[in-house]
Ligand binder design. Structure first.
Ligand code: GRF
Length: 199
């Protein structure tokens, strides 16, 4: 037995996002700093203009577009099956949704049981769905935050893994609150992935 035999190979991650990809960047930074024993092997986006694709390409990660025939269209079963195949072919062990704007269903859920995570910008079960930070400000909430949870077939309904709280401060706009929440997201998400993959 050589001295390297106990070193676990990096866990292969697949990231799905529709926007800027700052959460994927936080995961990449945790990997680069040696804090997270993982490797992003595939980034997929339903939005061909999403900056997350550029971030991935710049980092040498394979980046592909899921063509759903336009923004805010359905995520058809056959596309979900195609995505599942792409992830499997890339050897993905854990799927991380990072600002992915479509509902993941079958067969993806069956193919990656308890292996799909999402980060949501609220203290779920409060404010599921779109622009949770805006919902919180408009509702007069005094506390908000972010949640990492397993993905099930509902909208932001899967089992909660961990949350981080932030205060809502007098005078907050949707934007200032989202910025505060995102600061927490960028620590929470890599930490939860680390916990799950056990390194
Ligand atoms: C994050 O606030 C995340 O919680 C939500 O969408 C946003 C994505 O931001 N699901 P980014 O693309 O990771 O910068």
């Amino acid at each position: 037995m050589n001295s390297n035999s106990n070193i676990k190979p990096p866990t292969k991650l697949g990231v799905l996002g529709s926007g800027s990809g700052s959460n994927m960047q936080a995961i990449m930074d945790a990997i680069d700093s040696g804090d997270l024993n993982a490797e992003i092997v595939l980034t997929l986006s339903d939005n061909p203009d999403a900056y997350i694709l550029e971030r991935a390409t710049k980092a040498g990660i394979t980046a592909q577009v899921i063509d759903c025939g336009g923004f805010r269209t359905k995520f058809p079963d056959e596309k979900q099956a195609l995505v599942a195949r792409q992830l499997k072919d890339a050897g993905v062990e854990l799927v991380c949704l990072a600002g992915f704007m479509r509902l993941v269903k079958q067969p993806l859920l069956d193919i990656f049981p308890q292996k799909i995570l999402n980060i949501h910008p609220s203290l779920l079960p409060e404010y599921p769905g779109l622009m949770a930070w805006k919902q919180a400000v408009e509702d007069g909430a005094t506390e908000s935050g972010c949640t990492v949870h397993y993905v099930d077939a509902g909208m932001d309904t899967g089992p909660i893994i961990r949350q981080a709280k932030v205060p809502v401060i007098l005078g907050d706009t949707a934007q200032t609150l989202h910025t505060r929440i995102q600061e927490q997201e960028h620590t929470l998400y890599p930490n939860v992935i680390k916990e799950i993959i056990g390194c």
